[in-house]
Design a protein around this ligand. Structure first.
Ligand code: ZN
Length: 431
C-alpha cells in the first residue's frame, strides 16, 4: 500500500511537471524577416513564419501567416537563428575577488541559487543550451531540474556535476589549512584505475549526463603544479571505458599536449581548452573523430585579470594565466588549419555570465568565418552534446529555441553580443 501510494504520488508530480513543460499550448506565429533555419546549409531565407506549439516547432511557412486569436511575435525587422549553444560553462560560480572565500562560505543551496541568476543571464544572452562542466553535483543537478520543469528561466543544461580529478589535481581543493581541505574534500577525486571506475559510476548514479575529468593541471587551481598531465594513461582509459559502458560521453579538461594526447588515445570524445595541442593531437583528433572545445575567451580573460594592477588572482594562478592565456588564440588557428572538429564553448564562470558571445569574435580573429562560428555554436555543438534533432536548428519537431538579432551576424559576428529576442523551449525568455 505504502509503495503504491508513493508511486501514485510520484506519478502525480510527474504529470504536474509535464503539464507545466507543455505550456503554452496554443500556437504561436513568429514572423521572421530573415532566418537561418539550418546553419548546416548556411541558407538565409526571407519572410518566413515559424509556427510553435507545445514548446516545439510545428512548421515553417513561406511568407507571414497566422490564425484567428493566435499569438503573433513580430520579428520582421530582425535576423532570426536557432538558440546558441555553449558547450562549456560553470553556472553556479563566477571568478572574482571573493572566489577563494566562497569555497568555504557557499553551501550547495547557495550555489544553486547563484546558478539560477546566472542561468537567466545566459538565456537572455541568447544561449538556450549549455553544458555545465564542473560544479557541486547537488547544486547543478537541482538547477538543471528546475529549468527543465519550467520553474525558473534558463538554458537547457547538460551537466557533469563535479569533475573527476586525482588527489592534489586541478579539480581538488588547494591552498587552505589541512583540516579545512579535509572538510572540503571533493567527492570526485580518484587514484588508480579501479578507484576511477568507482567514481565514474557514482557520478552517473548522482545524475551526470556527461563525465568530465581534469586530465592536466589548470590555470585557476591555487597550486604551482603546472599544466601537464595529471591523470595517468590507465586512469584515463578506465574512466573513458566506464563512461561509455554506461552510455555517457567523456570529456577532458587538458592544456598540456601530453594530457591532450593521452586523453584522445584513451578514447575521450572531446577535449576542453587544448592550449598546447600539437601535430600529434591534430592527427589524433581526426583519427578518433574527437571534438575540441577551445574556450579562448577564458584564456583572454584570465591573462587580462593577471595583468590588473590590483589583480585578485593568487600568485600561482597569475603565473599560469600569463603562461597559458596568450597561447589560446594561436591554438585555435592551428586547430582550424588542421581541420579539427570544433564545438563552441567559453568556460564562462571564468569570464562573467552573459558575455558568452564574445568567444565568437575571438574565433573570427583566429580565422573562422562568422558562418563557421555560428555552425559551431548551433548544429556543431548540438552534435557534440548529442542533441541533434532537439537543438541547433529550426526544423519541425525540434525544440522552439529561437533568437533574433538586429543586422546580419553572418556578416558581422559582433551582432551576437546584442540579442533582442529569445524563446527557449517555446517560452519567451526575452523580448
Ligand atoms: Zn571549465
Amino acid at each position: 500500500m505504502i509503495a503504491r501510494s508513493l508511486a501514485a504520488g510520484v506519478m502525480a508530480v510527474f504529470l504536474a511537471a509535464s503539464a507545466q513543460a507543455r505550456e503554452p499550448a496554443a500556437e504561436t506565429f513568429v514572423h521572421a524577416g530573415r532566418v537561418l533555419a539550418d546553419p548546416a546549409t548556411g541558407r538565409v531565407e526571407t519572410a518566413r513564419t515559424i509556427v510553435v506549439a507545445n514548446g516545439k516547432i510545428v512548421r515553417i511557412d513561406a511568407g507571414y501567416t497566422d490564425a484567428p486569436g493566435a499569438r503573433v511575435i513580430d520579428l520582421k525587422d530582425k535576423f532570426v537563428l536557432p538558440g546558441l549553444i555553449d558547450s562549456h560553462v560553470h553556472l553556479t560560480s563566477e571568478l572574482g575577488p571573493n572566489s577563494v572565500l566562497n569555497e568555504v562560505t557557499q553551501s550547495n543551496a547557495d550555489m544553486a541559487l547563484t546558478g539560477a541568476m546566472n542561468a537567466r543571464k545566459t538565456v537572455e544572452a541568447g544561449f538556450t543550451t549549455v553544458a555545465d562542466l564542473g560544479a557541486a553535483s547537488e547544486s547543478i543537478f537541482a538547477l538543471r531540474g528546475a529549468i527543465a520543469r519550467g520553474v525558473i528561466p534558463g538554458p537547457r543544461i547538460v551537466a557533469s556535476g563535479g569533475a573527476i580529478t586525482p588527489s592534489g589535481g586541478h579539480g581538488d581543493v588547494h591552498g587552505f589549512r589541512e583540516d579545512v581541505m579535509h572538510a572540503l574534500a571533493v567527492e570526485t577525486t580518484c587514484n588508480g584505475a579501479d578507484d576511477c571506475r568507482r567514481v565514474v559510476r557514482e557520478q552517473i548514479k548522482r545524475g551526470a549526463d556527461v563525465i568530465k575529468v581534469t586530465a592536466t593541471g589548470g590555470v585557476l587551481s591555487n597550486t604551482r603544479a603546472g599544466l601537464g598531465q595529471q591523470l595517468t594513461d590507465d586512469e584515463l582509459k578506465a574512466i573513458a571505458d566506464t563512461a561509455h559502458g554506461l552510455g555517457r560521453r567523456a570529456t577532458a579538461h587538458a592544456h598540456g599536449a601530453d594530457g591532450v594526447n593521452a586523453a584522445l588515445r584513451a578514447g575521450f570524445d572531446s577535449i576542453e581548452h587544448g592550449t598546447y595541442l600539437d601535430a600529434t593531437s591534430i592527427r589524433l583528433f581526426r583519427e578518433r573523430k574527437a571534438t575540441l572545445v577551445p574556450t579562448v575567451l577564458a584564456g583572454a580573460w584570465v591573462s587580462e585579470r593577471a595583468g590588473d594592477a590590483d589583480s585578485y588572482l593568487t600568485p600561482a594562478q597569475k603565473e599560469k594565466a600569463l603562461t597559458a592565456g596568450p597561447l589560446m588564440l594561436d591554438m585555435l588557428r592551428r586547430a582550424r588549419a588542421g581541420r579539427v572538429t570544433v564545438a563552441f564553448g567559453t568556460d564562462t564562470g571564468v569570464s562573467p555570465h552573459g558575455m558568452n558571445a564574445r568567444e565568437a569574435e575571438l574565433w573570427v580573429e583566429a580565422g573562422y568565418t562568422p558562418m563557421e562560428v555560428i555552425r559551431a555554436a548551433t548544429v556543431g555543438a548540438a552534435d557534440h552534446l548529442q542533441l541533434s534533432g532537439v537543438a541547433g536548428a529550426l526544423k519541425p519537431g525540434m525544440s522552439a529555441d529561437i533568437i533574433a538579432v538586429a543586422g546580419d551576424p553572418t556578416q558581422d559576428i559582433a551582432r551576437l553580443r546584442d540579442v533582442h529576442f529569445v524563446m527557449a523551449r517555446g517560452s519567451v525568455a526575452k523580448r
